[in-house]
Design a binder for this molecule. Structure first.
Ligand code: BES
Ligand code: ZN
Length: 877
């Protein structure tokens, strides 16, 4: 018995083949009873059967094992649940014979309120509060619903039967085959599933409306949502039907189940979950309201649907062998969702927007406390934390890098053969590389190991010397220190025009190259009419940063001013420069000067990154050089004037999706930096909105900007804007509206109001899934937020501690600090309070505080910063 404790994986002497599961939830008492019969293949002589179970009660006499050949029944001599290891150990007094048998277990459990396992979610119907029952099993919570081999490689078929109140809708992965009335209840049975992993099993029981459509192949697709809101499901339905068609072609393999249901759940921890044939979503990620949803909401619905549907192939049909390969699921689904979105909505330019993914990946992976894409997992409790920007965003970015290196066609062909080879089975990272290596003839495995098996990424320094380019790679760390990683870096570059393209693999620490026709920056600077520049990492397809020497950097700055570069390259130059500045490898003066070159920027992705960089710069300056903050804000306000004037306040006839999204971001920035005209106009429009929620003066795309603007003037003695927002929050039944409001409240500069907001976030008026949106705290409120976190830690830890949302409390409130003293204070507080589910996030947040503190010192030591800032702030255009 002891030998089974503390093991990362279950022993493999029994292999499950088929589950026959019966569940009977009680939605009023919040309990459930169940039984499971598991067809097992005993492959090693043993007197033990060890499987997963957690938070379930299993009665000793409810367990039996019947072997197939003789129908002999074995009763266990001992039945024990080991709570720490989440296993159920059955000991038999005889050795079980090899071959097939059926294990039967009866059990009971609670419909919990933790949004995992088999849980309850609440909704209102005819003014009455009611429960629904929902499952969320990924990564390792099927064991909280029925005893099982809860590992992705233990695939089996599932036959599910439910006893539920007869007035409710009951859904599972497969279509219903029979519904039998049974008193107040009905017994619903579903077709047996194809073989699949336990984390993809799903059940939802509640009251819903739906809309329905079919694919050309006759697959029935439905979107289920709150009663009365079926119309809001139409957009996602349309996206789903089209996306199924796209993927069928891209993967050269049809969707493998007879139906696809997608359903909005009011209490949901993640954004969405790709359960096979029954995808569950947060309301904000599935429902689209023509009148009150913003363009950003529309895009979110599209990406999330495309992401979850990608998993139906990449994840569900071909499943990672173990959580170490989680990134195969998540990185790939993230990447491919852009492919689908781009094909459905080319005008959204989502491949430019993809750079938001890369930059977040680079940001996290620039920490010493990052982890490799392929990460060792030794305990179920460690899995939650790896659903992070490394698995998703770095994962997706290295796939993009590889696709761009191998070419789109070759990449697709090889993927299709990977899917075909591993369908209904499991795969590891090497299996994907093998398929791509075979399809391309390139050494994919060797190339990619440097990206997936070690953490971090390189910064490539480039210098021009006598017409020759000198390249050198070193590991980039945001702390400014140098790591010792080395990568095989696919270098691409263009000189002076996108027609001259060069590429090579940088396989060593440094290299020198001479490219014909590359005469940039060398010697005589005759004609300024020609764009004279060299850009590395063309299109930002590679997962690395570039540091240019002075001459090359000046060439690029002027190329930006003359509008010679693509949006992706403009993004990359700015983003790398910001990262280098934060790592104290470049002055703030040079960053600000570069930012000045983006004055006429109108591309959504570039400008929105410029805005988020400006927020970070303004915050760090408030710590480093408070006397310059006003001038810096002036400079930023002047920087966003051009785009603000072009965009105006109201949609222009026929304008695009990207302009609609951009307008909100630019106006928010102006409000945050204290631009009075913007704040006053926002408040005028907000009042019109309070009088009439359908006023054309405040379309959904600028609502958040207006809310943030209104909150800038709220104080304890002038609370009306805050009170009004709370009223709108209470009155709306659209989750996206609630989220917009929650996301703006704590931007208030008055710490007392921030405290009220944070307390509101913990109240019963905010669903626990949404609390994290309220943590976007103004700089003025950050100290208050930290005290609040300490004072409420026990409650927060109890309420969110069993899921991944708790990490957001830690990172959102700690990372904004910028002093070594604060970092020590944080460490001291958590010394006795840390736990596995926040350990990594806590270390990362403290590291960020150290990075900020160093950055502050470096800015304080900058010589000509004040002059430069004044010059930029008062420059006339
Ligand atoms: N498989 C995940 C859901 C998940 C996340 C389960 C964390 C368990 C823990 C799903 O496919 C997913 O990635 N959802 C994303 C949305 C997506 C568009 C990035 C999410 O929940 O944020
Ligand atoms: Zn996913």
């Amino acid at each position: 018995m002891e030998q089974f404790r503390g093991q990362p994986r279950l022993p493999k002497f029994a292999v499950p083949k088929r589950y026959d599961i019966h569940l009977k939830p009680d939605l009023v008492a919040c309990k459930f009873a169940g039984s499971v019969q598991i067809d097992l293949d005993i492959v090693d002589a043993t007197n033990f059967i060890v499987l997963n179970a957690a938070d379930l009660s299993v009665a000793h006499n409810a367990v039996s094992f019947k072997i197939q050949t003789s129908s002999k029944v074995f009763e266990p001599s001992k039945v024990e649940i080991v709570e720490e290891d989440e296993i159920l150990v059955l000991e038999f007094s005889e050795v079980l014979p090899l071959g097939m048998g059926v294990l039967a277990i009866g059990f009971e459990g609670t419909l919990n309120d933790k949004m995992k396992g088999f849980y309850r979610s609440t909704f209102e119907h005819n003014g009455e509060k009611r429960n629904m029952a929902v499952t969320q099993f990924e990564p390792a919570d099927a064991r909280r619903c029925f005893p099982c081999w809860d590992e992705p490689a233990c695939k089996a078929t599932f036959k599910i039967t439910l006893d539920v109140p007869s007035d409710l809708i009951a859904l599972s992965n497969m279509p219903v085959i029979e519904e039998k009335p049974n008193g107040h209840l009905k017994t619903v049975s579903y077709q047996e599933s194809p073989i699949m992993s336990t984390y993809l099993v799903a059940v939802v029981i509640g009251l819903f409306d739906y809309v329905e459509d079919h694919t050309p192949d006759g697959i029935k697709v439905r979107v289920y949502c709150q009663v009365g809101k079926a119309n809001q499901g139409k957009f996602a339905l349309d996206v789903a039907v089209k996306t199924l068609g796209l993927y069928k072609e891209y993967f050269a393999c049809p969707y493998s189940l007879p139906k696809l249901d997608m359903i909005a759940i009011p209490d949901f921890a993640a954004g969405a979950m790709e359960n096979y044939g029954l995808v569950t979503y947060r309301e904000t990620a599935l429902l689209y309201d023509e009148k009150h949803s913003a363009a950003a909401n529309k895009q979110r619905v599209t990406t999330v649907v495309a992401h979850e549907l990608a998993h139906q192939w990449f994840g569900n049909l071909v499943t990672m062998e173990w959580w170490t390969h989680l990134w195969l699921n998540e990185g790939f689904a993230t990447w491919v969702s852009y492919l689908a979105a781009d094909s459905l909505f080319p005008e959204w330019k989502v491949w430019t927007q993809f750079l938001d993914e890369s930059t977040e990946g680079l940001r996290l992976d620039g920490l010493a406390e990052s982890h490799p894409i392929e990460v060792e997992i030794n305990h179920a409790g460690e899995i939650d934390e790896i659903f992070d920007a490394i698995s998703y965003r770095k994962g997706a970015s290295v796939i993009r890098m590889l696709q761009s290196y191998l070419g789109a066609e070759c990449f697709q062909r090889s993927l299709a053969s990977y899917i075909k080879k591993h369908a209904c089975s499991n795969a590891k990272t090497e299996d994907l590389w093998a398929a791509l290596e075979e399809g391309s003839g390139e050494p994919v495995n060797r190339l990619m190991n440097s990206w997936t098996k070690q953490k971090g990424y390189p910064v490539v320094s480039v210098k021009i010397n006598n017409q020759k380019l000198e390249f050198e790679q070193s590991q980039f760390l945001s702390s400014g220190s140098q790591g010792d990683g080395q990568w095989i870096v696919p270098i691409t570059l263009c000189c002076g025009s996108y027609d001259t393209h060069h590429n090579f693999l940088l396989q060593t620490k440094s290299d020198i190259k001479e490219f014909l026709g590359c005469c940039v920056g060398g010697g005589n600077n005759k004609s300024s009419a020609v764009c004279s520049w060299i850009k590395l990492n063309v299109d930002q397809a590679g997962f690395y940063r570039v540091k240019y020497d002075e001459k090359l950097a000046a060439g690029l700055r002027s190329a930006i001013e003359k509008n010679c570069l693509s949006a992706t390259d403009r993004f990359g130059i700015l983003d790398d420069s910001f990262a280098l500045c934060m790592a104290c490898q470049q002055s703030l003066t040079s960053l600000l000067t570069l930012m000045g070159a983006y004055r006429e920027e109108l591309d959504y992705t570039v400008l929105s990154n410029l805005i988020s960089i400006s927020y970070k710069v303004a915050r760090i300056a408030a710590d480093a050089t408070p006397e310059l903050v006003d001038n810096i804000k002036e400079f930023f306000i002047s920087l966003f004037q051009y785009s603000a004037e072009k965009l105006g306040w109201e949609p222009r006839p026929g304008e695009g999706h990207l302009d609609a999204m951009l307008r909100g971001e630019v106006l928010t920035a102006l409000a945050v930096f204290g631009h009075d005209l913007t704040i006053n106009e926002a408040s005028r429009r907000f009042h019109a909105f309070l009088d009439d929620r359908n006023t054309p003066l405040l379309p959904p795309d600028i609502r958040k900007a207006a809310y943030v603007a209104v909150m800038q003037y709220v104080t304890t003695s002038n609370r009306s804007g805050y009170e009004s927002l709370l009223r709108v929050y209470r009155e709306t039944d659209l989750s996206q509206e609630k989220t917009r409001i929650l996301g703006s409240l704590a931007s208030c500069p008055d710490p007392n109001i921030v405290l009220e907001v944070l307390n509101f976030v913990l109240s019963s008026e905010v669903r626990s899934q949404d609390a994290v949106f309220g943590l976007a705290v103004s700089r003025e409120g950050r100290e208050t937020a930290w005290s609040w976190l300490k004072n409420n830690w026990d409650y927060i830890s109890k309420t969110w501690g069993s899921g991944f949302l708790i990490t957001r409390f830690v990172s959102a409130i700690i990372s904004p600090f910028a002093s070594f003293e604060k970092a020590s204070e944080v460490q001291e507080f958590f010394a006795t309070r840390t736990k596995p589910s926040i350990a990594r996030t806590l270390k990362q947040s403290v590291e960020r505080v150290h990075i900020n503190a160093k950055w502050v010192e470096s800015i304080q030591n900058e010589k000509h910063l004040a002059d430069a800032v004044k010059e930029l702030a008062y420059r006339k255009y």
